[in-house]
Design a protein around this ligand. Structure first.
Ligand code: NFS
Length: 649
């Protein structure tokens, strides 16, 4: 393998990669190196929606050549559009099935039928109920929660009308959606219709296919993902800032290490609870362990970090690295972003992979299915299996690498910390943007991808954005990458950002980079953007705001769904790595340029981190100019050295 520091900027990861290479274990990094990228598939112009082909619609070799057509006659832009919206449907289905599971658990908890789950956040419950037009009155939390849960669950099967959370968007935005006919009706309906319309011989017009893609993605951001976030807050508590640490060094040599990996806190919350049981702690002691240590990987990690400060072992590309330490007694997984490779790799170590969802099984894993009715009891069984595996450890190799950071920011807390308890508001944020101390706000989200240097693209993008006065909000594995740099600690703000941004960070007590949770929590960013519009002074719609979105190291189709709902909500969104439909210039131009006229937000792709930052800043400045605030410069405070320099001039 090439120089390992070129593969990842994370020290713990490179140490484990070295071990993997010495001991001849394959990892996503080594497999990516061997896997040749298929240029046709990579550019999104291969159609295999029927078996007359597969049809590969490569561009004409020379000028004057007829563009290739599929056997059914499909053009490259139609094939590429189908592939693009199918990615949206895939991503939407993942986030939404997650949201559905939370709604079902909330209903069960409200009925008293889900052991271990209860309504934890009544304030959030009442807020959500109000948004859904549900009467609160003198009713108990359980009565309200039952109606909230049922109403949210009904949004999945809704056949007509408008899904209610989307009514939180600014009025002008809703009007755009209504005029275009893309207001989502029901979540499942939009996913099904997207798959139907892109099957052989149905929707043959690129623009029309994309409209359905938009409707589907909005059903994700303002539907499934928002349901997941809101109902999780009700069940498990709305996050507030918590101190924690990240990286493989959070594993403990003398404790039972359980890693929860995947996405749904329905599982991880119960594992956490079970690990506190006196009986199990005693059992761990009997097996020679000093305690039970829980940490997380991927978005499950973000969920339990935000609500409990549980440390993060790593992001998606570190799941194999964790097993390579030899210190993980059980890796408990549910759904999404779990590599099949961990099953086989676990055979070389003592690690038990425990699958828990009927939707996701894998070879070489122990399956202990989680049922909400008796989840706590099942979770105790899972923890017990991990404890009993502790004595089977071989050599342990934990890289002593961790970084402290603060997580758990969300719309509610930002509102409170900016305005105070009795006058919660976004005013100071909007004022900071208007007077130029904050240049803009950028959401940097998404995955890690071994096709680009692990974490270093994220880090470069975010460092540069902060250095240029942008406040950054992060979710997913992207957030975990940057948490390792110290940029998520308020103390680092002084050196990392210009004076204006620093003053705001210092006054409010926040770092310049905010960890706002998991990928479904991108819905928190939508809510925050809406709050900025409502606060006033920055235009009347999200598309007027000096903001942008980026997914520099994305890999999952979930990132395409997220990107598209941000674009359709009015946000300029740029992705790195690769543009998945680059094979059709017609489609690319439509998404990059025409979309701006339609939605005010548009797609872009830029793998180079510095160029990506340049594009984001020029978009932000364009929006500042339109608002008439471009000229406002941040106030520069000169130190003595700078003054002397001035007087020499
Ligand atoms: Ni998001 Fe979370 Fe990570 Fe990417 Fe996977 S964990 S839902 S998809 S890889 S950020």
């Amino acid at each position: 393998m090439a120089d390992l520091t070129e593969r990842s900027s994370c020290e713990a990861t490179t140490r484990m990669l070295k071990k993997a290479s010495e001991e001849d274990h394959s990892t996503a990094f080594s497999r990516a190196e061997k896997m040749k990228i298929c240029a046709i598939g990579d550019s999104g112009i291969c159609c295999r929606n029927c078996v007359m082909g597969p049809c590969r619609l490569t561009p004409p070799k020379k000028e004057g050549d007829e563009p290739k057509r599929g056997i059914c006659g499909a053009t490259a832009e139609v094939v590429a559009a189908r592939n693009f919206v199918r990615m949206i449907a895939g991503g939407t289905s993942a986030h939404s099935d997650h949201g559905r599971a939370v709604a079902e658990t909330l209903i069960l908890a409200a009925k008293g039928g889900a052991e271990g789950y209860r309504i934890k956040d009544r304030i959030k419950l009442i807020e959500v109920a109000a948004d859904l037009g549900i009467e609160v009155g003198e009713r108990t939390s359980e009565e309200i929660a039952l109606e909230v849960g049922r109403k949210c669950l009904a949004m999945f099967g809704q056949q007509e009308g408008e899904i209610e959370f989307a009514l939180r968007a600014p009025e002008p935005r809703q009007e755009i959606w209504r005029k275009l006919g893309v207001f989502p009706r029901g979540i499942d309906r939009e996913v099904v219709e997207t798959i139907h319309r892109t099957s052989i011989g149905v929707d043959q017009e690129m623009e029309n296919i994309l409209l359905q893609g938009t409707r589907c993605s909005l059903a994700d951001g303002w539907g499934g993902s928002m349901i997941a976030t809101e109902l999780q807050d009700i069940l498990f508590g709305t996050p507030t800032p918590v101190k924690s640490k990240i990286n493989l060094g959070v594993l403990e040599e003398d404790q039972v290490n359980i890693i929860v990996h995947g996405h749904e806190p329905i599982l991880s919350e119960m594992v956490l609870l079970a690990a506190q049981s006196e009986k199990l702690l005693k059992r761990a002691e009997e097996k020679g362990a000093r305690g039970i240590n829980i940490s997380g990987i991927c978005c499950t990690a973000n969920e339990i970090l935000s609500r409990h400060g549980i440390p993060i072992a790593g992001n998606v590309l570190q799941q194999e690295m964790a097993i390579l330490t030899g210190a993980v007694d059980a890796m408990v997984v549910d759904v999404q972003c779990v590599y099949q490779a961990i099953g086989e790799l676990s055979q070389c170590f003592h690690t038990k992979i425990i699958t828990t969802s009927p939707k996701a099984k894998m070879p070489f894993a122990l399956h202990i299915e989680l049922h909400e009715e008796n989840a706590l009891e099942i979770a105790e069984g899972i923890v017990e299996a991990a404890i009993d595996n502790f004595p089977n450890r071989g050599r342990v190799d934990i890289p002593d690498v961790t970084t402290e950071f603060i997580g758990g920011y969300d719309h509610e807390y930002i509102n409170y910390m900016l305005g105070g308890k009795f006058r919660a508001s976004y005013r100071p944020l909007n004022d900071g943007i208007i007077d130029g101390r904050i240049r803009g706000v950028v959401g940097v989200v998404g995955c890690n991808n071994p096709r680009v240097p692990h974490e270093s693209v994220h880090v470069r993008v975010v460092e540069e954005l902060v250095a240029n006065g942008c406040l950054v909000a992060m979710t997913g594995c992207a957030a975990q990458s940057v948490a390792k740099t110290g940029l998520m600690s308020p103390e680092t703000a002084k050196d990392a950002c210009p004076q204006g941004l620093y003053e705001i960070c210092e006054t409010v007590g926040i770092p310049p980079v905010l960890h706002v949770g998991s990928c479904v929590d991108n819905s928190r960013i939508l809510v925050a953007l809406n709050a900025m519009v409502q606060e006033g002074g920055l235009g009347s719609d999200v598309s007027d705001l000096p903001v942008a979105g980026a997914a520099p190291e994305w890999m999952s189709e979930k990132a395409v769904a997220i990107g598209n709902y941000f674009v359709a909500s009015g946000v300029y969104t740029v992705i790195g790595v690769t543009w998945p439909v680059s094979g059709s210039q017609v489609l690319t131009d439509y998404l990059f340029k025409e979309y701006e006229k339609i939605y005010g937000g548009m797609w872009d792709c830029e793998p180079d981190p510095d160029k990506m930052v340049g594009k984001i800043l020029s978009h932000i400045d364009k929006k500042r100019e339109a608002l008439g605030i471009l000229g406002k410069r941040e106030r520069v405070l000169y130190d003595m050295a700078a003054r002397r320099e001035l007087s020499i001039e």
